[in-house]
Design a protein around this ligand. Sequence first.
Ligand SMILES: [Zn+2]
Length: 430
Amino acid sequence: MSEGSAPRRTVIHNATVLTADAADRVLIDASVVIEGSVIVAIVDGGRPEPQPGEVVIDAGAGIVMPGLVDVHSHLPMTLFRGLADDRDLQAFLGRLLPLEAATLTPAVVAAGGRLAMAEMLGAGVTTALDMYWYPEVTAEVAAAAGLRLATGPLFIGGEAPDHERFADRVAAYSASGPHDWTMVHGTYTMSVGELEEAAGLAAAAGSRLHLHAAENQAEVDQVLAVTGRRPVELLDHLGLLGPTTVLAHAVVLTDDEVARLGATATAVAHCPLSNMKLASGICRVVDLLAAGATVGLGTDGPSSSNDLDLFAAMRVAGLLAKVASLDPSALTAHQVFKMATIEGARTLGLEAVTGSIEVGKEADLIRLDPSSPSLTPAFDPVSAVVYAASRADVVDVWVAGERVVADRRHTTLDLEAVLSEVRMVTRTFG
Ligand SMILES: [Zn+2]
């Protein structure tokens, strides 16, 4: 905004607004008013009095909804897309970890991060939780692109792709803080002592914790053999479950572990596309929700489920829950929609900031193409989003009130430059 002027004001009118609020309201012929970074008014039926200088967007009776929240990814792994397909988690890591060790630098991570930002913003993802090397680089790239990114230092045992040793990470942690998030790779890639040390640093700093856990049976068997406990049992034993912990995957769970995750209100990042592609299994989403866990949707890194498409993840999450239980009413479209929006925000502790269209919240929202054939008719617009929409239907994206995608064009990224940089960086990877 220019000096002395009112904050920039945008009015989106003639919209079908999917609020994802507590009442899950869908508003017809509604308007959303944004001033600065914040939603300041929602008009249910009609539009507010025009004001001089405001930007007016006619949604054409199409869908306006909260930006999507991706609660588990490794964003710069866009660079390794398609290099480790059709194999399980252990074989995938066997291929990727040496490749990362041979190629990763801050500049390479920045190139992959920018590609991820371009892909996500264009696909309606406005917030993401990222676990990767050189997190400060990805955070910078996200800030420039206008994506709301949650990330933090990553701990793993042994020699890591960034060639830092565990002790160096411990030493650097406090000096580079404070950190909202601490990433602890998982119970199968670090010793119990390392796990306790990293988690202890996070707890002392009041940082949220993000780990992989119980992704497939081989991982569970390995952790059980080494520690005498299954991954979720071990995390519970160490006091690491709770509402500020996000477990990626949590696929292989006993009834007792489901109950523990529910009782501690632990958050789970459900990544159905990755779980299917790696043949890891099916997360017990319905049981977890019934037990009291928070569940958000993630894509995982774009080389284990090769893109960052949360529209695809929504549809597959719904279908997978149904076929797993042979119950078509399992995990409804409305439940899935909330997992990708407000429940995703809750997974990250950002439910007061983003994830729904409500007055006072940050203006993180997206507009879909009103002339998309697959969204016509839309008797239940939430069903249309989950079962019929695709990311190609996204035309406008706002993050914190900034229109980062306008009529399908990036305003914060030079897409051609991003792509040519990635082509250059990856030319020797295959
Ligand atoms: Zn992952």
